[in-house]
Design a protein. Structure first.
Length: 234
């Protein structure tokens, strides 16, 4: 789908692998500025041109944590040209769905798009809520033609039999998922007070809303918080 002379579009601050995989094909990645720490969908639409083949949307976005609700994504997809495939990266699907239900928000209709045969590829992983990050396994859902094309790029033996067996078991382990989601929600609700006594001021400075600030400090800020938390066994 991507070759030299073509391009993909995403946000300027999103999952770093979008840059890696796009550049590996010789294509160009167009990165639009953030809006309120999230995707500026209008800017992405304006950036799409005749050479665009993919739009990458991490929902929720990584690393900013912002979320596009179902209605917003519906309106966006209706305006995307037919020659562009939308990759909806739902790596944090289970966590986002849990919080969305608590807040009365409809998070995702991504599987409806797949059933409708829209030019959409939905990506999910076993690395987050399922706890299988070390096995490097996930899955994608999309129209048969798009999945068949992706299959031609598949690397033989890229997923081990152990990883596949663990993933099948994880799908059935509803008790683990439920416990993980509850633990995460409890930790999130209590983390500001719990970490205040341990984490240095830069980590507790509040949400970063400036695009420039994100670009210069997001990774350093995240790394500092993570290192501090790990030091206290969190």
């Amino acid at each position: 789908m991507l070759t030299p002379g073509l391009n993909a579009v995403t946000s300027r601050v999103s999952f770093i692998q979008y840059q890696v995989v796009t550049r590996a094909t010789g294509a160009t990645l167009i990165e639009t500025p953030l809006h309120d720490s999230g995707f500026d969908l209008e800017a992405i639409l304006q950036a799409i041109n005749a050479d665009t083949r993919i739009v990458f949307l991490a929902n929720p976005n990584n690393p900013t944590g912002t979320l596009l609700d179902a209605a917003t994504l519906d309106r966006f997809l209706d305006r995307v040209p037919e020659h562009v495939a939308i990759v909806i990266d739902e790596a944090y699907y289970e966590f986002a769905q849990y919080f969305a239900e608590q807040r009365g928000v409809e998070y995702s209709r991504s599987l409806d798009y797949v059933r409708q045969g829209r030019n959409v590829l939905v990506l999910r992983t076993f690395s987050k809520a399922h706890g299988l990050a070390g096995l490097r396994i996930g899955y994608g859902m999309g129209p048969a033609e798009l999945i068949a094309y992706c299959a031609t790029l598949h690397v033989t033996f890229s997923v081990s039999s152990v990883a596949q067996s663990a993933a099948l078991a994880a799908l059935r382990d509803e008790a683990h998922i439920g416990k993980t989601l509850r633990n995460n929600a409890e930790a999130r609700n209590g983390s500001p007070n719990s970490l205040a006594k341990w984490v240095s001021a830069p980590c507790l400075a509040g949400p970063i809303s400036s695009t420039v600030t994100w670009e210069r400090t997001a990774w350093r800020w995240s790394s500092a918080c993570r290192t501090t938390a790990l030091s206290f066994g969190l």
